[in-house]
Structure formats: C-alpha cells, structure tokens
Design a protein around this ligand. Structure first.
Ligand SMILES: *Cc1c(COP(=O)(O)O)cnc(C)c1O
Length: 393
C-alpha cells in the first residue's frame, strides 16, 4: 500500500479513512484497543519510551491507538496540527485552562457560553487567582476594552446557545493577537463540517464530542485542537498528569460519528432551515432565532464564516413561560431533553433548565425570555417535526 498524505484530501474522506494503520489481522473496521498498558521488548526500551526518546505506547491515560486515530482525524478535519481527546467537553475546557493559565492571569469570555464553562472560569479558576470578565459575544469593542496586560486568552462559542448570535472569529483573533493573547473557540455547534476557526485565525479549538460528533447521543467526550507548540508544551503534559482521558470505547463510537458527520450536518442544517422558515409564519410565534434567516442580525457574517447555518433553532412564543411549557408538553414526537446534536429532535425551555441558575435580571440581560424555546433539529422527516410542533402551537 502507498502512503497517503491526508492533508491532500477533503474533510469527508479524512473523516472516513485517515489515521487507521491496519494491524497484522488485516481488519477493515478499526479495532478497539482495550488495554491499559503496553509491553516493552526490554528494560531499555521501556526507559526510552518513558523519556520520549523512542516513540510508542506507554499507558492508556495518555497513549492509546484507538484514541489516537480519533485525535488524528479531528486534527485533520479542523486543519490543526494536533488534537488531544478528553473524557468530556468540560474536561477539554478544563485542560485548556489548566495548561495555559497561572495565578494572576486574566481571561475574557463571552457571556453567551455554555453554563458550566461560566462556572468553571468564575468559580474554579477564580479560586486559584485567575480573573474572568464576561462580555457581549457580538460586541468586538467590548472584547478589546476588557483586555488587560495579563489577559492570557479570549474564549467564545459561535453560534451562541440558545440565541444563535454569531461572532466574527477573524476580527476577534486579530484583537487577541494584537494584545499577545490567544483566541479559544468552542466549535461544538458548527463542527469542522461547517466552520474551521483555526483557518480564521483562532489558536485553539475545543469540542464537546458528546453533541454532533457522536451524533446519536451515546457517549460523553471532548477534544482540544491546536498547533504542535501549544499541545506539546501546555495541553499534553496536563492530560498525562491530570488524567481526564477519553476511553478507547468512546473514541471508537466517536470515530463512527465522524464518518457520517458531513452528511449529518448537511441534513441537520436543511431541516433546521426549513423549520425556521416555517416557524416564522406561525401564529403565536413572535420571534425566530436562526442564522439562516434574512431577519437574523448576523446573517451575512454567518454566510461568510460558515458553510451552512447549523442545526439549532430557537423561537419565542406569545404568552411567556406558561405557553412555552404547554407547547413543550403538547409535543409527542420530539424529546424533552437538554442534549443537542442528536439525530433525534430535542426541545428545551432554556429559562427554566440550561439557564435556570441565572438570576432573572442576568437572564433578561442575556436575552433569554420566558417564552423562549430551543430546538435541536434532528434528522426525522421535517414534515413530521412540523406536524408535532404545529399541533402543539
Ligand atoms: C455540551 C457542551 C459543552 C460541555 O460538553 P460535555 O461533553 O457535556 O462535557 C461545552 N460546550 C458546549 C457548547 C456544549 O454544548
């Protein structure tokens, strides 16, 4: 067999084929290496592997062939030099903080990030002397104004959850770099199938593989993608020591998720676009949030920055919380659950679930109204999803 340079191939092909070195068993499907440790030929080889003078597996907290294939594939797909897998999306974000920050550092973070990310920065990194300021995702001047001499990085998600606001990654990367800071992007909502933050100037991409990368709601996992220098100096030593490792079984599930990622994302986006346009016409719906709609304030930016508009649609119903809850309870097909990125459509009331721990004032400032409903549009026939919501409306 001829060696392949996977950088020459497109994302769909990388997602299916890159990284698998067939063993002497000639298997076609990637095996799960369920082993905690590896055997050395002799004592000298063990010593050389431990010091890194000789490549090879050592111990599955930080080297496992199945996990490694997942890492290689995601790195290629994100156009990054290297990827490390973690036990969850939160473990990946934790690793970025533990690897890059020290006491006395400062972080600027979007107000619109995943709730646990806010808590991680505020409560846990805060406990060790790292200060975080939160800013409006789409206000570039607020980001720049919040930067201090000790700012180590800027952290954001785009599109935001649940209001689907879009940040200009290239502009914020430029601002970060002018102040000797890094830009970290949580690319969970778009995945590399729709958006490649590293190509736009970001320094680090983090993922919750739990969402679209798995795609069928089975496993919890995460990843960090960056250049060799950042991974080798800052992230890998923390993974090796801190140990929030992805299991080989989960890596194997995520690899099969990656194989269908591009086609699934396209189908999610097509269904979401159709549902968003339909929702805009429904009596009782006062507002629809979806970057694909011409009414979305950053529609043009989304067109430029993403190859498609994503699978999450939010909308407001007239009548506040009571009406929103009644609508959710009147559905029959869609699942009432906070997870997203699944082939099954899910429906959530952000004000009383994902954003329920915020005070009413903070929630109002973040634009999360009581009548707001978030839908992660799945791959069922969109007419069936419409029928379910239409009856509930
Ligand atoms: C779910 C999620 C996370 C956390 O990932 P887990 O795998 O649940 O730990 C982080 N960021 C975003 C945008 C998410 O949706």
């Amino acid at each position: 067999m001829t060696d392949i340079n996977w950088n020459d191939y497109s994302l769909e092909t990388q997602a299916i084929r890159a990284g698998h070195r067939r063993t002497q068993e000639d298997e076609h499907s990637l095996p799960i290496f369920a082993t905690s440790s590896y055997v050395f030929k002799n004592a000298e080889e063990a010593a050389l592997r431990f010091t890194g003078q000789k490549p090879g597996n050592i111990y599955s907290r930080f080297t496992n062939p199945t996990v490694d294939v997942f890492q290689q594939r995601l790195a290629l797909m994100e156009k990054g030099e290297r990827c490390l897998a973690f036990a969850s999306g939160m473990a990946a974000i934790m690793a970025v903080g533990m690897g890059l920050l020290k006491a006395g550092d400062h972080v600027v973070c979007s107000r619109g990030v995943f709730g646990n990310t806010v808590l991680l920065f505020q409560n846990y990194f805060g406990k060790f002397g790292v200060e975080t300021d939160f800013v409006d995702l789409i206000d570039a001047s607020a980001w720049e104004a919040a930067i201090k001499p000790n700012t180590r990085f800027l952290f954001l998600e785009t599109p935001s959850n649940p209001l689907t606001e879009i940040a200009d990654i290239a502009v914020l990367a430029d601002i970060a770099h002018r102040h000797q800071a890094l830009l970290i992007v949580d690319n969970c909502f778009c995945t590399p199938a729709l958006q490649k933050p590293l190509e736009l100037g970001a320094d680090v991409v983090v993922h919750s593989a739990t969402k679209y990368i798995d795609g069928q709601g089975r496993c919890v996992g995460g990843a960090v993608v960056a250049n060799e220098d950042i991974i080798e100096k800052h992230i890998y030593p923390y993974l090796r020591t801190g140990g929030a490792t992805m299991s080989p079984f989960n890596a194997w599930v995520f690899l099969s998720g990656l194989e269908t990622l591009a086609v699934r994302m396209k189908a999610h986006c097509d269904n979401a676009f159709e549902l968003a346009r339909w929702l805009e016409q429904q009596v009782g719906v006062s507002k629809v949030y979806y970057p694909g709609l011409a009414s979305h304030p950053q529609h043009e930016l989304a067109r430029r920055q993403q190859t498609h508009f994503g699978g999450v649609v939010s909308f407001e119903v007239v009548g506040g919380k009571d009406k929103a809850w009644a609508l959710i309870d009147a559905t029959a097909l869609v699942s009432i659950t906070a997870n997203l990125g699944d082939v099954k459509t899910t429906i959530t009331h952000p004000a009383t679930t994902t954003h329920g721990r915020l005070t009413p004032e903070v929630r109002a400032a973040a634009g999360i109204k009581d009548g707001l409903i978030r839908i992660s549009v799945g791959l069922e026939n969109v007419e069936d999803i419409k029928r379910d919501l239409g009856r509930a409306l």
